[in-house]
Design a protein around this ligand. Structure first.
Ligand code: AMP
Ligand code: MG
Length: 416
């Protein structure tokens, strides 16, 4: 039996970020920047109006109310045909370049226009530079926009697109194959023979991958036969950056996955008993020249989920070039007890976490707990870390991994 940290360390030692690719900014949301991105263009690129209004010379407004002659009109995207001289104003829309001669804009709400639209009256001093946006206000040429290692967010997608970047160099989203193993698995909508079950793990893992920003690849199912499992891993190795399988890593008579991973990876593989509950049996190896990671998770659905969160997701984030691999872990106040027995393992318990009026995060766990009870944890948005010992009572503080800061509106059948 090895600790969770040792298992994580064993996995991570084999892995490195995927080689960078060039993607359009619009395709790069959530990707990690591989080379510093520097501004190519100033933004704004020219002096322009921040308001719909009238461009004028501020000196004309210095001596009290004034009437100015309107000498034209300019929309965003146009360039003024004439200059604005003393005693003149030009109608201007937000984003239009400031005409030569003008040094400020008075917003439309503050001017009185004569019925013919040829004269405007302004009743206050308009300061030089008022309602004007200057070149480089937001971005200056050469400025660092996104440092290597940064994950691109929506605003950065906007900034880079606004720079005219055709592509940016980023680590690609890992493509991750998922296969489920088990003689008992029936196809999604097929009639079931006695003793068969439907496959929950593969759709769940594909969904977990999508949620975490990876590219899910469905590798289907395999019977509990080494050849069938090897064939599916082989198919995955042709197109994926990582492969996750479920089932067949325990000590049962039909548990062949750990053997297959061992055969595919040689001395770069290990079958482990990790000191966590659920999710104890775990097989891992890296295959081929690309050192493609193969993860063998336990087949009970809650174990699969926990294995994904604790052992797979951080490793996939490493492939994606992320520097923060682990989920945010925070303290929560327990509203339901989290009792457990000492067994040398870290217990990982799904909880519903939410902020209550005291401004603190509160956690509730389901009274029903078991590695086969997936529906009992389906509302959870955090995983409490309950260390060796006898657990916690109501009101005590527990550390928990945040899966999603927004709880679903439903609640668990709070463990009363
Ligand atoms: P195993 O890890 O293969 O020993 O499987 C442990 C338990 O998980 C057994 O009850 C299996 O039937 C169940 N199981 C395995 N694979 C799946 C799956 N893809 N979906 C739902 N349950 C599964
Ligand atoms: Mg099995």
């Amino acid at each position: 039996v090895i600790s969770l940290e040792d298992a994580q360390h064993y996995v991570r030692q084999w892995l490195a970020p995927l080689a960078p690719v060039d993607l359009a900014p619009a395709e790069s949301l959530g990707c990690v920047v591989a080379d510093d991105l520097v501004a190519l263009e100033a933004v704004p690129g020219f002096v322009n109006s921040a308001m719909d209004g009238y461009a004028l010379r501020s000196s004309d407004t210095r001596n009290g109310p004034v009437q100015l002659t309107v000498v034209g009109s300019i929309l965003a995207g146009e360039v003024a045909a004439t200059t604005v001289d003393a005693g003149e104003a030009m109608r201007i829309m937000t984003g239009a370049p400031l005409p030569d001669g003008a040094d400020c804009v008075c917003m439309i709400e503050e001017v009185e226009v004569d019925p013919g639209g040829t004269q405007v009256s302004i009743g206050r001093v308009v300061e030089p530079g008022e309602c004007i946006r200057r070149p480089g206000d937001d971005v200056q040429v050469g400025q660092l926009l996104a440092r290597r290692g940064v994950e691109l967010g929506p605003a950065q997608v906007g900034v880079l697109s606004g720079q005219g970047y055709a592509t940016v160099s980023v680590h690609p989203r890992p493509r991750v194959g998922v296969l489920s193993t088990g003689h008992e698995l029936a196809d999604a909508s097929a009639p079931m023979r006695p003793g068969q079950i439907r496959d929950s793990n593969r759709p769940m893992l594909l969904a977990l991958l999508r949620r975490s920003g990876f590219v899910p690849v469905d590798l289907g199912t395999a019977e509990d036969q080494p050849d069938a499992i090897t064939e599916r891993f082989g198919a995955g190795l042709e197109s994926c950056d990582a492969i996750i399988s479920t089932g067949g890593v325990s000590v049962g008579d039909a548990d062949h996955v750990k053997g297959v991973i061992g055969a595919l990876c040689g001395d770069r593989a290990r079958s482990m008993q990790v000191a966590i509950k659920p999710g104890k049996p775990f097989a891992f190896g890296v295959a081929g020249e690309a050192s493609t990671p193969l993860f063998g998770l336990a087949g009970n659905p809650v174990s699969t989920y926990v294995g994904f969160e604790m052992l797979v997701r951080p490793a996939l984030r490493l492939l994606a070039g992320q520097s923060t691999l682990d989920r945010l872990t925070v303290n929560m106040v327990l509203d339901t007890p989290l009792a457990r027995q000492p067994d040398g393992k870290l217990h990982l318990v799904f909880v519903v976490a939410r902020f209550l009026e005291d401004g603190r995060l509160h956690a509730q766990s389901s009274a029903r707990r078991g590695s086969h009870l997936l529906n009992a944890v389906a509302d959870a948005n955090a995983i409490a870390l309950v260390p060796e010992g006898t657990g916690y009572g109501v009101g005590e503080i527990v550390r928990a991994l945040v899966l999603d800061p927004e709880p679903s509106s439903a609640t668990l059948d709070a463990g009363t």
